[in-house]
Write a protein of this length. Structure first.
Length: 97
């Protein structure tokens, strides 16, 4: 997750994602349009980037009530891809172990 965010260009997009994550973290629980629940205890932070692109950060809330960022990506279609969700689920299981 950290590598993806640090590689984000332009830097203003990285800042936008960081601000969206902070809004959800400090405003939790928060709903649309900033955050949307998914399945299996996963949620997504929604960010609009430059050039009409859309970024998503999938996270969970762990047993200590911490926001754990599991996976980030730039959406290319309306629907979140199954492999993105599966990677987030795998990262969640790793964190829980």
């Amino acid at each position: 997750m950290r590598q993806w965010l640090k590689a984000m260009k332009p830097v203003s997009d990285r800042t936008q994602i960081g601000m969206a994550v902070a809004l959800v973290e400090f405003g939790w629980p928060i709903g649309m349009p900033s955050c949307r629940p998914l399945k299996d205890g996963l949620f997504e932070v929604r960010s609009n980037l430059s050039g009409g692109r859309i970024a998503r950060v999938i996270f969970c809330i762990d047993t200590k009530q911490r926001m754990v960022l599991l996976h980030g990506f730039v959406k290319k279609t309306q629907r979140t891809r199954d492999d993105d969700l599966e990677l987030a689920r795998r990262n969640k299981r790793t964190h829980e172990a």
